[in-house]
Design a binder for this molecule. Structure first.
Ligand code: NAP
Length: 305
């Protein structure tokens, strides 16, 4: 039986892998995607990870992975469909039927994109509806697109698309942004970004491909259509915690309850990164979580000896 199973290979999981190898723990990292890095691989630039100003998100993800590889971390690709624990062990089942057992686990599975749930969104997904501007933006060169959301991701996406597209609408349901002020200022200065504030998308239209959106102003009630070829939805994330709810406590939004030490309601299960209850979800806090969670794992393993 292994000492530790790390679930997830974003900044939290990869940092945990680095710390676990340095602590000489026998561990395995289970990653859902073929490429490590988590959400940052879809982020154009990470401007706030100390020491790496103007670092590409994909490149930073690769650097984390190379670091873990250099220390000999073991990676397995697979989707976790079962998770259970006793005080003696944690059991993780993958979609392909493989089962892993360890004395402890760190859950660093991150979060997935929230959907709007409006007419046309599901039908036109991949036909103009996207949740990743850096992945799909190039398909909309010289076209008109819209980004929905008011967080860092939405404003970064709008800026990224403004460099490719003829015009970008930025639809946000309020007139204040969660995004960093520097990003909002840059978006305001971009000549081809048009802010559509206090507004929500109520429908995405198109036969084979997206042709328009319907937006409603939530203050005035005004409804209008905007002709667009691409709709980029950036309205936040939801924790990927469903499979763990039988083993650890979660809050009302589904985040696994844990403090900065990564301890959860279960003594041998720890949590790190965006899936944890926390105030600030950033690469730097995810990496810190990974380090802290391994320290907690080590402390727990000492109690067994
Ligand atoms: P976020 O900060 O949670 O923002 C989500 C946005 O979507 C909010 O503006 C929210 O509106 C809006 N929204 C939520 N549900 C909606 C709905 N049903 N309809 C319309 N609008 C909706 O999410 P995020 O931008 O994905 O960022 C996630 C985390 O990653 C954040 O902590 C962010 O700071 C971090 N991040 C950091 C960087 C960086 O450091 N460079 C880059 C990217 C992301 P309200 O504002 O009205 O709630």
């Amino acid at each position: 039986m292994k000492d530790l199973i790390i679930i997830g290979s974003g900044p939290a999981g990869l940092t945990a892998a680095i710390y676990a190898k340095r602590a000489e723990l026998d561990c395995v990292v289970i990653e859902k995607e073929a490429i490590s890095g988590g959400q940052i691989i879809n982020t154009t630039e990470i401007d706030n990870y100390p020491g790496l100003y103007h670092m590409g998100g994909f490149d930073l993800g690769m650097k984390f992975r190379e670091h873990a590889d250099a220390l000999g971390a073991e990676f397995v690709e697979g989707n976790v469909v079962g998770f259970s624990r006793t005080d003696e062990k944690v059991t993780v089942t993958l979609e392909n039927g493989d089962v892993y057992e360890a004395k402890t686990a760190i859950i660093a599975g991150g979060a997935r994109h929230r959907e709007l749930g409006v007419e046309g969104e599901a039908r036109l997904r991949g036909a103009g509806v996207s949740y990743c501007a850096t992945c799909d933006g190039a398909f909309f060169r010289k076209k008109i697109t819209v980004v929905n959301g008011g967080g860092d991701v939405a404003v970064e996406d709008a800026l990224f698309l403004s460099r490719l597209c003829e015009k970008v609408y930025l639809v946000h349901r309020r007139d204040e942004f969660r995004a960093a002020k520097t990003l909002v200022s840059a978006a305001k200065a971009a000549p081809n970004i048009e802010f559509v504030l206090d507004s929500v998308i109520t429908e995405i239209k198109g036969d084979q491909n997206v042709s328009a959106i319907t937006v409603k102003n939530v203050k005035t009630g005004e409804v209008k259509d905007l002709a667009v070829s691409g709709v980029f939805i950036a309205v936040g994330m939801l924790p990927e915690s469903e499979v763990y709810k039988n083993a650890v406590d979660t809050d009302e939004k589904g985040y696994i309850i844990g403090d900065e030490t990564g301890k959860t309601s279960a003594p041998n299960v720890f949590v790190a990164g965006d899936i944890r209850t926390k105030a600030l979800r950033q690469v730097v806090t995810a990496a810190a979580d990974g380090a802290n969670a391994v320290t907690s794992v080590e402390n727990y393993l000492h109690t067994l000896n």
